[in-house]
Write a protein that binds this ligand. Structure first.
Ligand code: CUA
Length: 331
């Protein structure tokens, strides 16, 4: 039974792919470069020690030891030779390698220059366990998804509504803490189109694992068009069932936590649902967004994401069907 549940969760959950070594922007490229440099330097240290160790073992096996040492004239020479090995391999070599690694790390950590003032601004607010995403210049609020213009820097302002979280898109930008009592900033700059996984990288409670988002990089004009669409109020319900679904939504406790622009629902504790159907995932990149998953999610979100703040719906089947029809129409 437990096995079935696990298997179901594995097939149901959106797979997490974090391709740190496949960067798609300058900040991530610097970090990937540092990783390779550390691998090469670490490999070099390993190689040096392996060769020296193998040499020593080989000499011992031949029964040589001290007698088999390279010819030296005196005891004094032998001591000097031993000291040279010790200082060379025990002090100079690690200092060089660690110093070089440190310098490379400082260069990679060097804060990206602040983006020019007129670039796209995005505010991201972390919650247990999802991301609120705002575009203040466009009056757009969405969740667990952000669209970024290709080849342009975007200025991020990050904070948290509760505990410490972090913002990380391995292929685009390194980890930045998201704090409840201070703002942090980052510049995100993508130079290859695509959809990139973002994750929280700071343990933040039960569903830390399922605190993700998607960063979608597209041509600037496409992002503009998307922002214009997202700034519109929600689509009016199409058809009788959807109409009834809207009534269910507005009459239930959904409205205490969720906003649907253009309706009286203006709750702020949960994700904005104005354009829910346009997003690819539910539950902060936990499951794909489909009518079936949406229904499962509404019936019992804890079965998909244990500990989530949303309570199971206290509604009959017809009401849930109507609700799903309404929400699935919120393009
Ligand atoms: Cu939020 Cu881990």
């Amino acid at each position: 039974m437990a096995g079935d549940v696990t298997a179901d969760l594995i097939t149901r959950h959106v797979p997490i792919t974090l391709a740190t070594l496949d960067p798609a922007g300058p900040a991530a490229r610097r970090i990937a470069g540092l990783w390779w440099a550390m691998l090469i330097l670490g490999g070099l240290a390993m190689l040096i020690f392996s060769v020296v160790l193998a040499g020593a073992l080989w000499r011992r096996r031949r029964g040589g030891g001290e007698d088999d040492a390279p010819p030296v004239n005196t005891e004094e020479d032998a001591r000097r030779l031993r000291r040279r090995w010790l200082i060379g391999l025990g002090v100079v070599q690690p200092l060089l390698l660690i110093g070089l690694t440190f310098a490379l790390a400082l260069a990679a950590m060097r804060a990206a220059p602040a983006a020019p003032g007129d670039v796209l601004q995005i505010e991201v607010i972390a919650h247990q366990w999802w991301y609120e995403v705002r575009y203040p210049q466009h009056d757009v609020t969405t969740a667990n998804e952000m669209r970024l213009p290709l080849g342009e820097p975007v200025q991020l302002t990050l904070r948290s509504a509760d505990v410490v979280h972090s913002f990380w898109v391995p292929q685009l930008v390194g980890k930045t803490d998201m704090l409840p009592d201070a703002e942090t900033t980052a510049v995100i700059h993508a130079d290859e189109p695509g959809t990139y996984a973002g994750r929280c990288a700071e343990f933040c409670g039960l569903q830390h694992t399922h605190m993700g988002f998607e960063a979608i990089v597209a041509e600037a004009a496409e992002v503009e068009a998307w922002l214009d669409a997202q700034a519109q109020p929600a689509a009016a319900p199409q058809g009788e069932v959807a109409q009834r679904g809207q009534e269910v939504f507005l009459g239930a406790n959904c409205v205490e936590c969720h906003t649907i622009a253009g309706t009286p629902a203006d709750g702020r504790d949960g994700p904005d649902l104005t354009h829910l159907a346009s997003r690819a995932t539910l539950g902060a990149a936990t499951v794909e967004n489909s009518a079936q998953r949406l229904e499962e999610w509404i019936r019992d979100p804890h079965a998909i994401k244990e500990g989530v703040a949303m309570p199971p719906a206290d509604l009959d089947d017809a009401a849930i069907d109507a609700l799903v029809t309404y929400l699935a129409g919120l393009q």
